[in-house]
Design a protein around this ligand. Structure first.
Ligand code: C5P
Length: 308
């Protein structure tokens, strides 16, 4: 028997260069104004055909797989069911996910896997859906999933799911610092609401400056304009990460910020070489379980059909 058709995609993590959060709406969600960048830290999603009626088989492996259920609650499973229902076919596939992006880390790892699954299945099933159609479906899976379908650099509004492309020049080099334990996104938003009620939260207002910095590809300018309203909340829940900001400055990085809802910290370097030196220093700072040099923006997931 021939080997089943297999499609592989690499799905990048995201960071937020700017994340401004409005007060919660009646549905509990917060309107955002955010600049997303996909970065060169990837999970790999592989999908293969299974015999008719066999259903979904999901396997999760890799250094960051720990604790991630491979059941129906997994976003990969949910995206497979959603796409199959959308096009009226049975979801008979084997899916394997190689997790390199840490869980609950503010890097949209689960959203990246969901987006990667949609792109991979579109190719495996020969659906010919474009990114806009996939991103529309992706909005039903989570606020960050539409951006993860597109990748690159984009401005997000609404829940973060309404996107417009942003012009960027060149690339930016970063060091990511991983914390020992993840943070729950709803808990971080709730902490921001609590801090603001006590008049201790921020409300940043520098979107125009961030867009100028990325348009010029200028890391010094970008460092001066990075901002994240969720940072005080993440640091309030994880005060042990505060020394990381100082460690980043001591390592000579241009800017230091919590990534998304945290707890991953992101440090902006002058260039790739500087990022490698800063990473070496930060890995010895005693705050992180691991550090990783990445760059962005990078393209979103692209499907590769493997020889059968
Ligand atoms: O959309 P997603 O499932 O990623 O959101 C997870 C949680 O983060 C939501 O349940 C909500 O508590 C919070 N959230 C929010 N406002 C947003 C996005 C997420 O309050 N714009």
């Amino acid at each position: 028997m021939n080997r089943p058709a297999t499609v592989s995609v690499r799905a990048p993590a995201k960071i937020n260069l700017y994340l401004s959060v409005a007060p919660p709406a009646a549905d509990g969600f917060h309107a955002l104004s955010t600049v997303f960048s996909a970065v060169s830290l990837y999970d790999e999603v592989r999908v293969s055909d299974r015999e008719a009626g066999a259903g979904i088989e999901l396997r999760v492996s890799g250094p960051q797989a720990g604790g991630l259920p491979a059941d129906e609650s997994n976003l990969v499973h949910r995206s497979t069911v959603l796409l199959a229902e959308h096009v009226g076919r049975a979801p008979d596939v084997t899916i394997s996910v190689d997790k390199q992006i840490p869980l609950a880390a503010g890097l949209a790892g689960g959203s990246a896997d969901a987006a990667g699954t949609l792109v991979a299945l579109d190719s495996l099933w020969g659906l010919g859906l474009d990114r806009t159609a996939l991103a529309e479906l992706a909005g039903q899976l989570g606020s960050d999933v539409p951006f993860c379908v597109h990748g690159g650099l984009a401005l997000g509004s609404g829940r973060g799911d309404r996107l417009s492309a942003v012009l960027a020049r060149g690339r930016f080099d970063w060091v990511l610092g991983f914390a020992p334990e993840g943070l729950s996104t709803p808990a971080v938003y709730a902490e921001l609401d609590r801090l603001r009620a006590a008049r201790r939260g921020t409300a940043i207002d520098g979107l125009h400056d961030v867009l100028t910095a990325v348009r010029h590809g200028d890391p010094d300018l970008l460092a001066a304009t990075l901002g994240n309203d969720l940072q005080p909340a993440a640091l309030s829940l994880r005060p042990e990460l505060r020394p990381a900001l100082r460690a980043g400055a001591e390592a000579g990085t241009l800017g230091q910020l919590v990534s998304g809802s945290g707890p991953t910290m992101m440090f902006l370097a002058r260039d790739g070489e500087h990022a490698v030196t800063a990473a070496a220093q930060l890995s010895g700072a005693g705050v992180f379980t691991g550090v990783k040099v990445v760059h962005g923006p990078v393209p979103g997931p692209r499907a590769h059909r493997l020889p059968g």
